[in-house]
Design a protein around this ligand. Structure first.
Ligand SMILES: C[S@@+](CC[C@H](N)C(=O)[O-])C[C@H]1O[C@@H](n2cnc3c(N)ncnc32)[C@H](O)[C@@H]1O
Length: 257
């Protein structure tokens, strides 16, 4: 049911012949332009929509994800064209809800990254207690799901590469990361300041050199707490420079050359 493709696929990414492809300040501006500019101002939206693997992955996850299309396009580009360029690692998603995006990513991975697993971490029972001084979400938001139904949905399309880890991140992350060993992409989509900070802090030591740290919420109007966590730890303390600010923040883990 899921096509398995072991060779790199033809790229439709835009080119900027006058630009250097060299790393700068720990990230690659050229590649950031390819994805961010390509989606916002180029033709990538229509080109991705015509890509049959993208179409099938959307079909199996349809209606389950809260992610806007531009963010899904960008994750697709990362999985399909950029992960094969760095060391092998698994994918982890902090904040899964009804697993729309997890199922989407796992479907793409199953087709093009044999052996890669997706670790999907959530309470699967809604938001924990927020910090009301900076988070606008309330405890219990996103509790409209049944984990058994989510598991069945993934199984029904042949996805045996998702590991569901139920509970607070504080309880589940360490064992998930120990099992994974190496992470090539961390999708941090958990809205709250403390959750975003915890996800980043724990995933960081497991990232392969130049691995992708994608922050869904830090530029979203409902998540000033998430923005604060990125500003405080990722930018100010660790001094990382973003490879993309559109459609979401993307940073490269240390070691990218
Ligand atoms: C916006 S939703 C995730 C959306 C999902 N990625 C999608 O594409 O549909 C945020 C999720 O983060 C989870 N979450 C937030 N803080 C958490 C924590 N400390 N531990 C576990 N889950 C947490 C919530 O339960 C919620 O389901």
């Amino acid at each position: 049911m899921i096509p398995c493709v072991h060779r790199p696929m033809k790229s439709y990414l835009p080119d900027f012949p006058h630009m250097s492809r060299d790393p700068r300040l720990g990230r690659c501006p050229y590649e950031g332009y390819q994805r961010g500019w390509g989606i916002e101002f180029g033709r990538l939206r229509e080109q991705i929509e015509q890509d049959s693997l993208y179409q099938r992955a959307v079909e199996v996850s349809l209606g389950r994800s809260l992610l806007p299309a531009d963010k899904r396009y960008n994750l697709y580009l990362l999985l399909r064209f950029f992960l094969p360029r760095i060391a092998f690692g698994h994918v982890i998603e902090f904040g899964v809800h009804r697993a729309g995006n997890a199922i989407f990513m796992a479907y793409v991975m199953k087709a093009i990254a044999p052996g890669a697993r997706l670790y999907a971490l959530d309470t699967f029972a809604g938001m924990p207690e927020p910090d009301a001084s900076v988070d606008v979400h309330k405890s219990g938001d996103f509790d409209d799901l049944d984990l058994e139904e989510v598991r069945q949905c993934a199984a029904s399309v042949g996805l045996d590469n998702i590991i569901f880890c139920q509970g607070l991140f504080e309880k589940t992350t360490e064992s998930a990361l120990m099992e994974a060993g190496a992470i090539a992409l961390a999708h941090i989509d958990c809205d709250l300041r403390s959750a975003v900070a915890f996800a980043y802090e724990t995933a960081r030591p497991f990232m392969v050199p130049g691995g992708y740290l994608v922050f869904d919420d830090a530029t979203v109007s409902s998540c000033i707490g998430a923005a604060e966590a990125v500003e405080e730890y990722v930018i100010r303390r660790d001094g990382l420079h973003s490879e993309q600010v559109f459609p979401h923040y993307v940073f490269r883990a240390p070691g990218y050359r």
